[in-house]
Each structure stands twice: as structure tokens, then as C-alpha cells.
Design a protein around this ligand. Structure first.
Ligand SMILES: [Zn+2]
Length: 465
């Protein structure tokens, strides 16, 4: 037997099975029971919120030979043909691919004829906002004087794109985003009926990922079932969705709140070595820091397991709100920089180091100005501090990170020496050799020393790099 996607298999077949749209289905049921069905409906709402499913149920309910309390019986000849998709009086059209005036003209000609076997001809037009202007005008003519045996159900995710002339002719129903709780409930029913074993935590992660769209949630569940065997665990879902593990995130967050650049770097290296998507990681990290902030303010958040919450509370005891807010700012900036970067890994590491050094720099740079003129020996280390601060001020964060492990001295030859203690890797070398980098370093050196001077890169033996 051909594989049927879960969301098709578990598409609601009655109004009662539609999740999270009680206000809409009750009204529709009342209309059917009281024989007051309209001729044009507009179903608007986010993707996966149940618009098309409800439209299909409505199309059956109005044609059902034995409706029960406004619900289709799903057993009579009409219902069965409709469920099989063989009832010619129900037409489904996707306006995304049939948006031309000819498509609507075909419908206009057809609606003049009485239905073949059903009571009503029903037209379900999905993504109706995609229709061309000409098609909208043709549709409007039909909506202005609809034959008694015709019902239009227009569905859209973007009602604001519809002409007001169309909007004013339709009964409008706004479908809500489906709550996490309702998504979990529906997933549980599906798993039970499907004989699928799943962890509570896995259900929660799927519901969070689906972001209000039940269809997406069911598709994720489907993928988890297809990929794994045995019980679907929370870890499995995260792995499939590319969500970094809690451990990765919490270790990085720990390093950041503790200004521990070693820890942060080793976390970053592990992530890169594991081939994780750094953009997704950053986004998840920002969410975690935000959750820490929420936890600091209102003491609770529903996004974590008990043991995870304990870890987060432990982290909170090491930091304060101001640091968390600064981190959200800094990480968001970094996330933006990453979007345009070709060397993402370097921007990623340098950005994280920057966030760790932010606090340390300020007190030391103050002490520089006090001790600047005291002795020549001190001048040497001061120069490096000043140059690094200048580079930071000028937004040359990467360059600054590259010079962090060097010595910067005024040499006997009157030039400023940038001394590399360790062999320089090829990438760093190429990037330092760029005119742009040399110029930026030179400018930082000149403004630190207050006089014109040239710069050269040397290794420990004084040999030029
Ligand atoms: Zn029926």
C-alpha cells in the first residue's frame, strides 16, 4: 500500500475534530443546521491552522444526505465520493498555480449549470490572494450575483492582499494559531492511533518547532517516525531538526556569563568540528539567554525540563540581568554580522571572544592612561593595550582578535614591531597582509603613539613575517 502522509491520514473529517478553532466550527454547524449557508466564505489564517480541512468538511456537510447536528455523516454516497475526491461538484483549486483570468472564467461558465449530483457546487480556492487582478475582477462578477446552488470558499494566509470588493462579499472567519497545548494533545492522539511511542519532551519540542501550525507539527512527527525506530526521544527530534543539544548551549552560555574566553572558544571549536549550523546555534543561544532573563524576572519558563531548569538557575546565580541584556544585544549583532559573512567560523569565534573581553577591558584601559609615561618597560605593554582598544573602537574586531596573542613594541629601528610568538597560520597571514588590515593597524598604532610611524610583522627571532 502506498505510504500516506500522516497529516493526510489524520486530516480532521468532522468539525468536531478540527483543533483549536471552536468559534468557527460552531458557527458553521449552526448555519448548516438552520439551513442558512452563505454563498461566499473567506477563511484566513496562518499556514497549517486548519483552513483547507475546514473547507473540505463544509463542502461535504452542505452536500451530505444525512447530516448529523451540522456534521457530515462521512458515510452517504455524497460524503464517500467527496472523501475519495471523485465528486465532480466539489472543485479544489490552488490559486498559486492557477491564478489567471482564464481559470476563473472556466468557473464562471460552469457555475451557471446546476450541480451534477450534489445539492451545491462548491469551489475551494486556496491561496486566493495569488489571483491576478483580471482573475479577481472575473471572480467578483460571480460573487456579486452567485447562483443559489454555488458556494465559494476562499482560503488565504494573507487577507490584506485581497481587494476590498472581494472582502465585502464574503463571510470572513479568522483561524487562530494553534496553541502548544492543543498541538501536543492532537499529536498524542495521532501517536496513540498510529501505535507510535514518543516521549513527552519530544512532543513539546515538536509543538514548539511547529510555531502554531498543526500541519507542520504532524509533518515533523512523520519525519521522526520515518527516520528512527523505537521510541521517539526529545534528543532525536532535536537532532533531526538541527537544534543544538542543551549541553552545547548551556556550556556556551556559562562561558559567556563567566567571561571565560577559554571555555567559550573550546565550545565554539567543538561546534565547528561537529559541523553544526552556527546560525541556528546562535539563534538558539539568544533564545536561551532570553529565557534566562525571563527566569530571572518571573522565576519560571515552560521551555525546559526540570533538570535543565536546575542548570539554568545555577547559571543565573553567577550573573545578573544587565549582563544578560548585554549578551542578547551582542549575540544579536553577531547573528546579523554572520548573515553577510563569507568566513562565518572566524566571525563566530571572534564575536564570542569579544563578548568575553567586554568587561575586562574597561578597567585596564583606564589604568593605561595613568601609567603611560612612567617607564619605558611599561610603555611596551601599554602600547598593545592601546592599539587593541583603538582597533575595537574602529570596529576591527577580527583584526583585534588576531593581534590578541602578539606583542606590540617600538623597535630599535624606530618601527613598531608586531611580534608573533607562535607560527602564524596561512589564513591569518593572508588576512594580515591585506592593505586594508595593514592600514587599520597602522592607524591604530599612530593614534596610540600620537606620531607617524611604520609597522612591521615579525616572529620571535625578529625575522619579518
Ligand atoms: Zn453524508
Amino acid at each position: 500500500m502506498a505510504y500516506v502522509a500522516l497529516y493526510r491520514k489524520f486530516r480532521p473529517k468532522t468539525f468536531g475534530e478540527v483543533v483549536g478553532q471552536e468559534h468557527i466550527v460552531q458557527t458553521l454547524k449552526n448555519q448548516i443546521q438552520n439551513n442558512r449557508v452563505g454563498h461566499a466564505y473567506l477563511f484566513s489564517g496562518g499556514r497549517g491552522s486548519g483552513k483547507t480541512s475546514t473547507a473540505k468538511i463544509l463542502a461535504r456537510a452542505v452536500n451530505c444526505e444525512h447530516p448529523v447536528n451540522g456534521e457530515p455523516c462521512n458515510e452517504c454516497e455524497m460524503c464517500r465520493q467527496a472523501l475519495e475526491g471523485s465528486l465532480v461538484d466539489i472543485t479544489e483549486m490552488d490559486a498559486a498555480s492557477n491564478n489567471g483570468v482564464d481559470n476563473i472564467r472556466d468557473i464562471r461558465e460552469e457555475v451557471e449549470f446546476i450541480p451534477t449530483s450534489a445539492k451545491y457546487r462548491v469551489y475551494i480556492i486556496d491561496e486566493v490572494h495569488m489571483l491576478s487582478t483580471g482573475a479577481f475582477n472575473a471572480l467578483l462578477k460571480t460573487l456579486e450575483e452567485p447562483p443559489a446552488h454555488v458556494i465559494f470558499i476562499l482560503a488565504t494566509t494573507e487577507p490584506q492582499k485581497l481587494p476590498t470588493t472581494i472582502l465585502s462579499r464574503c463571510q470572513r472567519f479568522d483561524f487562530k494559531r494553534i496553541s502548544i497545548e492543543n498541538i501536543i494533545k492532537r499529536l498524542k492522539v495521532i501517536c496513540e492511533e498510529n501505535g507510535t511511542e514518543i516521549e513527552e519532551g519530544a512532543l513539546r519540542v515538536i509543538a514548539l518547532l511547529a510555531d502554531g501550525a498543526l500541519r507542520d507539527a504532524i509533518s515533523i512527527l512523520d519525519r521522526c517516525i520515518a527516520e528512527g525506530d523505537g521510541c521517539i526521544t526529545e534528543e532525536k527530534v532535536k537532532e533531526l531538526a538541527g537544534i543544538p543539544k542543551f549541553e552545547y548551549l548551556v556550556n556556551m552560555a556559562d562561558g559567556l556569563v563567566s567571561f571565560d574566553s577559554d571555555k567559550v572558544l573550546s565550545c565554539a571549536e567543538a561546534l565547528i568540528a561537529d559541523g553544526k549550523d552556527l546560525n541556528v546555534f546562535l539563534w538558539e543561544l539568544i533564545k536561551m539567554v532570553r529565557d534566562l532573563l525571563v527566569l530571572a524576572t518571573c522565576k519560571t519558563t515552560e521551555n525546559y525540563r526540570e533538570d535543565e531548569l536546575e542548570r539554568l538557575k545555577e547559571l543565573l546565580s553567577k550573573t545578573d540581568k544587565y549582563r544578560l541584556i548585554a549578551l542578547i544585544d551582542g549575540l544579536s549583532d553577531l547573528s546579523n554580522q554572520m548573515k553577510w559573512a563569507t568566513q562565518q567560523e572566524i566571525i563566530f569565534e571572534a564575536g564570542l571572544i569579544k563578548l568575553c573581553t567586554a568587561k575586562r577591558q574597561e578597567p585596564t584601559s583606564e589604568s593605561v592612561s595613568v601609567s603611560a609615561a612612567t617607564s619605558r618597560e611599561e610603555n611596551h605593554s601599554d602600547l598593545k593595550l592601546k592599539v587593541l582598544t583603538k582597533l575595537k573602537e574602529n570596529g576591527k574586531i577580527l583584526l583585534r582578535a588576531k593581534l590578541e596573542s602578539t606583542k606590540i613594541e617600538l623597535g630599535e629601528d624606530g618601527l613598531v614591531h608586531i611580534i608573533f610568538e607562535n607560527p602564524v597560520d596561512a589564513f591569518t597571514k593572508t588576512s594580515l597582509q591585506k592593505d586594508e588590515s595593514k592600514q587599520a593597524i597602522k592607524e591604530a598604532v599612530i593614534s596610540s603613539l600620537g606620531k607617524e610611524v611604520s609597522v612591521k610583522f615579525v616572529n620571535l627571532r625578529g625575522k619579518e613575517e
